[in-house]
Design a protein around this ligand. Structure first.
Ligand code: NDP
Length: 295
């Protein structure tokens, strides 16, 4: 199948690698040198514009920071709409927002373009391994069409509901990740300050009911080792928590915990900047308490 992939960022790149192994791929990236480097390493063509990438593609995949960024690729002489033909399946793997996505879908439907949201979870490790969870929003027919493509990089590909439902699911997931991260940072810092070694505290949590993905994997591998790799920008998690807070409000759910989570991430993002990793708010908690979580 001819597939276009736009957005070769931290997660888009390993996802596109899997697509290149199974399909005829065209890639486009805003910073052209990254697309050129991808093209030198993987079987694909490198497009100069979104229009060129989409021309002749049966499926177009985007993986950009926000839904507004996706919207921004549509128009103009070099935009996606100038390249996409009727019948194209357009899958947005951005962790986006349901509202903007539904607006884009309403614009594309009369043009005969099948637009579905398909955000992913599993991190850059999961993308490299091809084991992502993919949360799809769209019609049954769109989902059936999308599934084999998404299985290039997804192990669990789920239809969540109509357009926007995938983004809602993903935003709530990431808000929970953020809440777990902040709460674990606070609890661990207090335990360490009281004299309990961080590693022992984490091991006991992981054999108890307070455990989470953050305590089982992220903190042991990235915080206690002091490696702090940059795999997912805090700016993006901040965006996800904000989308989740808006989603809860739209459903009439007051959600004080997730609203506070969103506010704390906004503050941490403002303090740490655009390139900080999403686990770095734990550093702020450490600094405030005057202790470090290490082996
Ligand atoms: P990155 O910041 O690493 O990469 C962003 C990509 O989008 C780059 O290719 C960048 O191009 C491009 N881009 C940014 N702004 C624009 C724009 N206005 N127009 C066109 N292209 C643009 O992000 P990630 O790859 O980490 O994340 C992408 C999406 O996937 C986000 O929605 C994120 O929340 C989600 N996600 C990320 C995960 C992760 O572990 N990293 C996990 C799960 C989901 P350029 O090279 O020019 O900067």
């Amino acid at each position: 199948m001819r597939i276009a992939f736009l957005g070769l960022g931290a997660i888009g790149t390993p996802m596109a690698v899997h697509v290149a192994k199974q399909h005829q791929l065209a890639v486009w990236n805003r910073t052209g040198s990254k697309a050129a480097a991808f093209g030198a390493a993987h079987p694909c063509t490198v497009a100069a514009t979104p229009r060129e990438a989409a021309a002749g593609a049966e499926v177009v995949i985007t993986c950009l920071p926000t839904s507004s960024d996706v919207d921004g690729l549509l128009d103009g002489p070099d935009g996606l709409l100038a390249g996409m033909a009727r019948g194209t399946l357009f899958l947005d793997c951005t962790s986006g927002d349901p509202e903007t996505t539904r607006k884009i879908g309403a614009r594309l439907a009369p043009l005969g373009i099948d637009f579905a949201d398909a955000p992913v979870s599993g991190g850059t490790n999961g993308a490299e391994a091809g084991t992502l969870t993919v949360m799809v929003g769209g019609t049954d027919a769109q989902f059936q069409r999308a599934r084999p493509v998404l299985e290039c990089f997804g192990r669990r590909v789920e239809h969540m509901g109509p357009l926007g439902a995938g983004h809602a699911m993903k935003a709530v997931n990431n808000a929970l990740l953020a809440a777990n991260m902040l709460a674990l940072g606070e609890g661990l810092v207090a335990l360490v300050k009281s004299g309990i070694p961080a590693r022992k505290a984490v091991e006991v949590l992981n054999a108890s009911s307070g455990r989470s993905f953050v305590s089982e994997t992220l903190v042991p591998e990235r915080v206690l080792t002091r490696l702090w790799p940059l795999t997912f920008r805090l700016a993006l998690l901040d965006k996800d928590a904000r989308i989740a807070a808006g989603f809860l409000a739209g459903q009439g759910v007051s959600g004080p915990v997730l609203h506070l989570t969103s506010e704390l991430l906004r503050q941490a993002h403002a303090m740490l900047g655009e390139e900080a990793d999403y686990l770095e708010p734990i550093r702020l908690i450490e600094q405030e308490a005057g202790v470090e979580l290490h082996e």
